[in-house]
Design a protein around this ligand. Structure first.
Ligand SMILES: *Cc1c(COP(=O)(O)O)cnc(C)c1O
Length: 508
């Protein structure tokens, strides 16, 4: 069965998977969605006998139907190798009655590696398949983790260039250091005086700028996206949900067909949307619990049926979830309109013009499988502290938001289905915030507020966290400490386009 991709916003002709990956965004500004969601390719029992690469292949081949078996296998084998510090790639940790799916053992220690380690291979394969001569320019807005994962994935990949925009004061010290020290002939990193939504809107505006696109074409270049609006990001993410279920089955933690619930710490709605697709493929999943931090626009949406971004943007200790415009929600809206591009487009227009939209009661009813949850700073701190003191398990700040939401959900509903909590980052990536929860006294003396050098403070916290937890410090963090800074560009939101032109040498 061939799967083609169509836009969420109009009836433009559908495209193949490889074309959708190359384009990133549809020309009408919509996102690409599969025309139908394929089923799981084989039984859960069979999947439970496979390793990560095999499961990824079985899942991805259902979606990327114009890639040959050999092409897809080559992409997957190149991506999920010893860059990952865990042989399982996505191991499960059982802590009391909860299973944590640890997606942070990749080269940049956040879950973005799960997709961004394979996307560059998918993209270069797609270029060859489509006879593309043009060099691809990846434009990426990041709330902290995507940027580094995309830089690491695309660095020195022939035929590609990458430009990353991050909110200058909106990422953790380790995240910033990770990006600013990225090497590669084809990489550029720019700090923006604004928040993540500003970065994302700026990038979208650049994508939509027709005269710039023509200018690029003349220079033999074409834009694409490494953000989770790219279907090439979403599809690899479906694989780890299937793998997690298969692992639980293999370990005898569940019976075949048993329904599990999944809680996902959510920002741009990419990760949880992948869980939704896995469920639609036939994975036995009951509820999907969408966990937000204080920027709880999604929580309010699930509760009320109104999406409203008109509210203060809060900087939290889970910066990768500090998002008020969750791009991938558009794909879900499209589903619940009954695949109606006009109804989707008009809501996206309301969002662009007024910052809000609402859905009908019928649409709201189709959201039943989702439950919203949120946890503020204090509650997630308590989750980190209490879980560590009870079980010795350290989780990062994003995971803590999800763990708290999962707890609330179980208490509120009495639902006893097994719970998978998606763990999206290594605690080392947010060491100061973790120590604030675990050792406030140390934190007061050593961390950002007290020590003028943010980076030095962060590394003091890394050392202390290692001592306290006994968890090995990931290679990605050890290498950072003495790595030289390679990027110093800063711009205002209005200056983003000019930065792109300068970096690409289009200015003259
Ligand atoms: C990106 C990110 C999230 C949010 O994921 P979305 O797919 O944007 O919803 C959560 N936690 C961490 C650590 C992340 O990097």
């Amino acid at each position: 069965m061939e799967i083609r991709y169509q836009s969420t916003r109009s009836h433009m002709p559908s495209v193949t998977a490889s074309e959708a990956i190359l384009k990133g965004l549809s020309d009408d500004g919509g996102l690409f969605v599969p025309e139908q969601i394929p089923p799981l390719p084989c039984s859960l029992q069979e999947l439970s006998q496979m390793d990560y690469r095999q499961v990824a292949f079985e899942v991805m081949k259902q979606y990327l139907t114009d890639f040959s078996k050999e092409e897809l296998k080559a992409c997957i084998d190149s991506a999920y190798d010893d860059k990952f510090e865990s042989e399982a790639i996505a191991p499960l940790a059982k802590v009391e009655d909860t299973y944590y799916l640890e997606l942070f053992h990749g080269p940049t220690i956040a879950f973005k590696d799960m997709a961004l380690s394979v996307l560059p291979y998918l993209m270069t394969t797609a270029m060859k398949k489509n006879g593309r001569e043009k060099e691809i320019v990846i434009l990426t807005a990041t709330s902290g983790d995507t940027g580094k994962a995309a830089l690491a994935g695309f660095a020195d990949v022939p035929g590609t260039r990458i430009i990353v925009f991050y909110p200058k004061d909106g990422v953790s010290a380790i995240q910033k250091q990770q990006m600013l020290t990225q090497r590669g002939e084809n990489v550029a990193v720019v700090g923006v005086e604004g928040n993540f939504d500003d970065c994302q809107s700026g990038v979208k505006a650049i994508f939509g700028d027709i005269s710039l696109r023509e200018e690029l074409e003349r220079a033999g270049l074409a834009f694409s996206s490494a953000n989770s609006i790219n279907i090439g990001r979403l599809v690899p993410q479906i694989a780890y949900y299937v793998y997690a279920y298969a692992s639980l089955l293999r370990e005898g933690e569940i019976d075949e067909g048993e329904t599990i619930n999944i809680t996902v710490p959510t920002g741009n709605f990419g990760n949880i949307l992948a869980a939704y697709y896995a469920r639609e493929m036939g994975l036995p999943v009951g509820k999907l619990i969408c966990a937000s931090n204080e920027n709880k626009v999604l929580y309010d949406f699930f509760a009320s049926g109104s999406y409203d971004r008109n509210r203060p943007f809060v900087l939290t200790s889970s910066p990768s979830m500090d998002i008020l415009i969750s791009s991938n929600l558009e794909r879900l809206i499209y589903e619940i309109t009954g695949f109606d591009p006009e109804a989707t487009a008009s809501r996206m227009q309301d969002l662009a013009e007024e910052g809000r939209y609402s859905i009908t009661d019928a649409m709201h009813e189709r959201l039943e499988i989702f439950a919203g949850g949120f946890a503020g700073e204090e509650e997630s701190e308590r989750e980190i502290r209490e879980t560590f003191s009870r079980c010795g398990y350290v989780m990062d700040t994003h995971t803590a938001v999800a763990a708290a939401a999962a707890r609330q959900y179980r208490e509120r509903t009495g639902d006893t289905a097994k719970m998978l909590v998606v763990s999206t980052a290594s605690p080392y990536k947010f060491a100061p915030a973790i120590l604030r929860a675990l050792e406030p006294d140390f934190w007061k003396q050593a961390a950002p507020e007290a020590v003028p050098d943010e980076k030095e403070a962060a590394f003091a916290c890394v050392d202390e966290l290692a001592r306290l937890s006994g968890l090995p410090v990931p290679c990605a963090v050890r290498e950072l400490k003495n790595a030289p800074i390679c990027h110093r560009r800063i711009c205002r939101v209005e200056g983003m386009k000019e930065q792109v032109r300068t970096i690409l040498g289009l200015s003259q």
